[in-house]
Design a protein around this ligand. Structure first.
Ligand SMILES: [Zn+2]
Length: 119
């Protein structure tokens, strides 16, 4: 199995972050992690979940389930400031038709929820 480097380094980072959190809380293990992946990132959800299954081995997240929610791209038009849901970074504003805009949401990977097993 070939893992894309991008997703793999993200998965490693994700495991590290949640493991640190689990340690802080004195948790024994991590049950579930929920992340939101913006469509404006280049992260492919199915690659991320494959990468996660490798990155979690030997960590507190070994038995954890990764839930990935995909977040649509929302742009704020450069020209008129209209906020619209876009298919890509170069979608046209639905009001004035100009191309692209500032990414309002969908440009990040966010850890939404971590379920821990304590004791
Ligand atoms: Zn516009």
């Amino acid at each position: 199995m070939i893992l894309p480097l991008h997703e793999f380094s993200l998965a490693m980072q994700l495991v590290k972050v949640v493991e640190r959190k689990a340690n802080e809380m004195g948790a024994k293990s991590i049950i579930r992690i929920k992340v939101r992946v913006g469509l404006a990132t280049t992260i492919v959800p199915e690659f991320l979940s494959e990468a996660f299954n490798v990155a979690k081995l030997g960590t507190l997240a070994e038995d954890a389930e990764l839930e990935i929610e995909v977040e649509p791209i929302k742009l704020s038009c450069w020209n008129c400031g209209n906020e619209f849901e876009a298919e890509g970074l170069f979608s046209k504003c639905c009001l004035c038709g100009s191309v692209g805009g500032k990414v309002v949401s969908g440009g990040e990977v966010i850890v939404e929820q971590v379920e821990l097993k304590v004791g």
